[in-house]
Design a protein. Structure first.
Length: 218
């Protein structure tokens, strides 16, 4: 009898063991191993980068049309805002304000307000100054350079006029010459005009921060 009970007991134990494993199935939480995630590297060649369109100000549009250049070329908006404020001010020999101004005083006002640089009072002194780097090549003239003029076909080398170069052969000055613009006062003129070409002496460059910034970027 005892030998016959042994297989029965073993079989019963096996059933209990199997039923206990199956019963704990719903009680145990399945924990998934943590995997180290590698950072995803964006494929820049396939990623489309949206370029922001530059903000164009009304002053840029206005003077881009006058100078016949792209508005984005006129990044010195303070320069063109100053010119716009003075545009049309009447010419007056010895004048120093908007009621009447001469060429050298206008240049002086512009340099102080736009570049923070005090020019000499007269065009002759601006020309003769040791800080004026003079050069002849008109192809090298940059925005902000001074332009010097004298009477043509005379031995007298006295500087009679000064202007400030802008873009595309255009310059601004307070002129007593009405010219094709029919304006005696602050206006924008074309350097390639024959009247100005026969009077042009040279350009002059002052040690302005704008030139220092440009050279440091090269």
């Amino acid at each position: 009898m005892k030998k016959a009970l042994i297989p029965t007991i073993i079989f019963s134990l096996l059933l209990i063991t199997l039923s206990s494993c199956g019963g704990s199935k719903n009680k145990l939480a399945i924990v998934k191993p943590k995997l180290d995630k590698k950072p995803q590297v964006e494929n820049t060649s396939e990623t489309t980068v949206e370029k922001k369109e530059p903000v164009i100000l009304p002053i840029q549009l206005k003077y881009a049309n006058i100078l016949n250049v792209d508005p984005t070329d006129l990044d010195n908006t303070s320069l063109y805002s100053f010119i716009d404020e003075w545009m049309g001010a009447p010419y007056l020999m010895g004048g120093e304000d908007m009621e009447g101004v001469d060429c050298s005083s206008f240049a002086q006002h512009l340099y102080v307000n736009v570049y923070g640089y005090l020019l000499e009072r007269t065009s002759g002194r601006q020309y003769d100054s040791e800080t004026t780097d003079k050069f002849l090549g008109q192809e090298f003239i940059e925005e902000g350079d001074l332009l010097f003029f004298k009477r043509p076909n005379v031995d007298d080398e006295t500087i009679t006029h000064v202007g400030i170069y802008l873009k595309n052969n255009k310059f601004v000055s307070a002129s007593g010459y009405s010219g094709p613009e029919k304006v005696r006062g602050v206006k924008i003129s074309d350097l390639t005009d024959e009247w100005w070409q026969e009077r042009f002496i040279c350009a002059g460059r002052k040690p302005l921060p704008i030139y220092k910034d440009n050279s440091s970027n090269n």
